[in-house]
Design a binder for this molecule. Structure first.
Ligand code: ATP
Ligand code: MG
Length: 426
């Protein structure tokens, strides 16, 4: 397709789109990323923007981060930047730090090491041979082919202002299609998280999934359950951080939620009304600015659990805090949700539940106001009951008092205590 246009040149199995034949606006690229690539170029290295950033720039979306790949080795990269740190054990790469907690990742082009090579290497090592560590570095082409999907494998050479495509990603961008690089079944067996990634990118971009990948997803969905729990947790956090609804909807349709979230996922899959409730809450939280609602993991998880535990809020015969804690700590699921996140989410839900109950019964345990999670619970409560965050002068307490002008039942709302100034010198 592209070699027929004057804009694209094709050779050695790659397509190069030079300016003005690609839509990338340099002003949309982080100036520090440009500086890094420029400095590496001046030192004789090739350095390109890679991964999601190129994809997003091509689509006019704002990239989350700007990853750079280069033919310089980690030691060579580090030497050229004062604020650079080599990280990683299996594959070493460099983090270049900038003011304001900004980190730009600079990695050396690498290849995927075939399993047989890795096994042969391990066998020689086990025989006591003094073997060099496996060389995982590779060419830009190899680096492109090790990636998951074609639209994530484009390179942007900032010096030439050109997009380089080895895997057909440009065509897939145009056709709005997510396609696995290589054979889907093999790539999914290699790393089942790719199943999730294909679904995520298709859902976020509104792209279709290429047929053979779609088939493989249907056949191999259960592989997701075999991934390391920590990895699934990490992936889940990416989806809870934003653009959550379309991804969860598709994961549900493919029957993958159960592999990530255990009984919680199974219930969301089986019960359409329950899942619809979650979508409503997520929509509200996005409308209020996801950052404001889900500033930390526990907020996101409290929201994720809310529809699932809401049934308990209608029961006056239970110790809500204890039951919630048991339910949430007892949830066995694929993703390893850390104990602390579970505990915090349970606390938030227990207080939000007490508010729901309180407004229904006129009984409120105001001592809960002293809990650290009270403000988070209040936010969640307003999001659920009113679809908005508590604003100026609106709090659960004012709402409660308006509903029960004569005070309701329960301990008294906490008065802010004014401390007597200490005598000087005490
Ligand atoms: P996002 O916008 O969510 O950051 P991204 O495409 O940048 O999306 P990352 O998780 O940041 O995704 O990964 C960066 C790049 O690394 C991807 O674009 C892809 O090329 C590659 N990659 C990530 N995970 C895998 C994987 N499991 N297998 C192969 N390549 C991967
Ligand atoms: Mg990224």
């Amino acid at each position: 397709m592209h070699d027929s246009s004057p804009s694209g040149s094709r050779g050695q199995g790659r397509v190069i789109l030079e300016t003005p034949h690609h839509p990338i606006d340099r002003a949309a690229i982080d100036p520090d990323a440009l500086k890094i690539m420029d400095r590496l170029d001046k030192q004789g290295f090739l350095a390109c923007l890679v991964g999601g950033a190129v994809r997003d720039l091509m689509l006019g979306r704002k990239p989350k981060d700007f990853d750079i790949a280069t033919d310089a080795r980690p030691g060579q990269i580090k030497k050229r930047f004062a604020n650079a740190y080599v990280i990683g054990r299996r594959f070493r790469l460099v983090h270049v730090h900038f003011p304001g907690d900004k980190i730009i990742e600079v990695a050396t082009f690498r290849r995927s090491v075939p399993k047989e090579e890795e096994e042969a290497h391990a066998a020689r090592e086990a025989h006591g041979e003094a073997v060099e560590p496996i060389d995982p570095y590779g060419t830009p082409r190899e680096d492109a082919f090790r990636r998951d999907i074609t639209i994530n494998a484009l390179l942007y050479d900032a010096v030439l202002d050109a997009v380089i495509d080895y895997t057909g990603g440009l065509e897939d961008l145009e056709r709005k299609r997510v396609r696995i690089i290589g054979d889907p079944e093999t790539r999914f067996i290699e790393d089942p998280v790719r199943i999730w990634r294909v679904i995520r990118h298709a859902a976020r971009l509104g792209f279709s999934i290429e047929e053979s990948a779609e088939k493989a997803i249907r056949a191999q969905a259960a592989l997701v359950a075999e991934c390391a729990g920590a990895r699934l947790y990490e992936e889940l956090n990416k989806d809870l951080a934003g653009e959550t609804r379309p991804v969860l909807e598709r994961l549900r349709r493919y029957g993958i939620l159960r592999h990530i979230l255990g009984p919680l996922g199974r219930d969301y899959e089986a019960d359409a009304a329950l899942f619809a409730r979650l979508l409503v809450l997520l929509e509200r939280s996005e409308r209020c600015g996801a950052k404001a609602v889900k500033s930390e993991h526990e907020d996101a998880y409290a929201l994720l659990f809310y529809p699932w535990v809401e049934r308990l809020f209608g029961r006056d015969d239970i110790d809500l805090g204890r039951v919630l804690s048991e339910e949430i700590h007892g949830l066995r699921c694929g993703a390893t949700i850390p104990k602390l996140v579970r505990a915090d989410a349970a606390q938030i839900l227990a207080i939000a539940g007490a508010m729901v109950r309180g407004l229904r019964t006129g009984r409120m345990r105001w001592s809960l106001q002293k809990r650290a999670h009270y403000p988070k619970a209040e936010k969640l409560f307003f999001l659920v009951t009113e679809g908005a965050l508590p604003g100026e002068g609106r709090s659960f307490e004012t709402l409660f008092r308006r509903t029960f002008p004569r005070g309701g039942i329960g301990d008294r709302p906490r008065r802010r205590r004014t401390r007597r100034p200490r005598p000087a010198g005490a």
